[in-house]
Ligand binder design. Structure first.
Ligand SMILES: [Zn+2]
Length: 313
């Protein structure tokens, strides 16, 4: 038995046939070609699925799809993801189900990654997990007793847009002092550039990337060190809040910013527990994500795999 996992992104669509144990039997990817629109992508995807099934020697019994939010998961309609403009309002679940002749489940990509880590990656062995992806933005997913926390209307969770500084920087979402506005890769680079524009001195010159800020911290640049420390304090406050809110066994951090390694993990492991109620902070592990490039396909597939078969609990 295998299910189909499809991960739709702004530049590529990845698909794989996945067993209940999380083994990817066959995988392939195609360009999204946003300019050609969603129906054209679905047509090419149909051919790709037939090829994957032939290669694996088995037919898919169901299909899970991860796609950029915001997403109306109950109806499977794509709302307004900034990097998929031609897909806005597209009835993804209905159209894909018709094309493939399979039941289709749709979920936002950060939730899919959280579920993949919970079932097959760094979250194995714990029932409740908070997942954060730290890259250009801050995405999140919360798994409770092996199942995704999706909320009343399916939009949970958006932990990157919780407030950690009442009067903090303006976020792309319109709110102020969001976690994403303080510790995403984009925000870290922007804060360093803002300090440079204010005449502060650094070994860096604008424009900068978060990776350059990390390198400068390691090289002893004082301004980079201060910006990084501020970002880690904000991230730790956020993680502390989530520990208090959800009582996770583990907090899993993924995304490009985690390439900073010990510089990031040492900071949050030291500071986050002191931002949570002590009884909840005790024993929580903060660990790096364990799944590589297959995380999107595995998470999408996990949407239609029964939790019991694929967890170690
Ligand atoms: Zn925000």
């Amino acid at each position: 038995m295998a299910v189909l996992g499809i991960d739709i992104g702004g530049t590529k669509i990845a698909a794989g046939l996945v067993t209940a144990q999380g083994e990817v039997l066959a995988r392939e990817q195609i360009p999204t070609a946003v300019e050609l629109g969603p129906q054209a992508a679905l047509e090419r995807l149909g051919g790709l699925v037939a090829e994957l099934e032939a290669r694996a020697g088995t037919k898919a019994t169901a299909c899970g799809v991860g796609a950029p939010g915001p997403l109306e998961t109950r109806t499977g309609v794509v709302l307004e993801p900034p990097n998929l403009k031609t897909w806005w309002g597209f009835a993804l679940r209905e159209r894909l189900a018709a094309r493939l002749g399979l039941a289709v489940t749709v979920e936002n990509d950060a939730n899919c990654a959280a579920l993949a880590e919970a079932r097959f990656g760094a979250g194995r062995g714990v029932g409740t997990l908070v997942y954060l992806t730290l890259s250009t933005g801050v995405g999140s997913g919360v798994v409770v007793d092996g199942a995704l926390l999706t909320g009343e209307r399916g939009f949970a969770t958006e932990l990157g847009h919780t407030t950690v500084d009442l009067n903090g920087r303006l976020c792309g979402c319109g709110l102020r002092g969001c976690l994403e506005a303080l510790c995403s890769g984009t925000a870290i680079a922007a804060q360093l550039e803002e300090a440079l524009a204010n005449g502060e001195r650094s070994s860096l010159a604008a424009p900068v990337t978060a990776a350059q800020v990390v390198d400068a911290v390691r090289a002893g640049d004082a301004l980079a060190g201060r910006v990084w420390a501020g970002a880690m304090a904000a991230l730790s406050a956020g993680i502390g809040n989530f520990i208090t809110a959800f009582n996770p066994g583990r907090v899993v951090l993924g995304g490009g910013l985690t390439a900073a390694g010990a510089l990031l993990f040492d900071a949050v492991r030291t500071q986050a527990p002191s931002r949570a109620l002590p009884v909840l902070a005790r024993g929580v592990e903060i660990v790096p994500a364990a799944l590589g490039a297959d995380v999107g396909v595995l998470g999408a597939a996990a949407l239609c795999l029964p939790a019991r078969q694929s967890t170690t609990r």
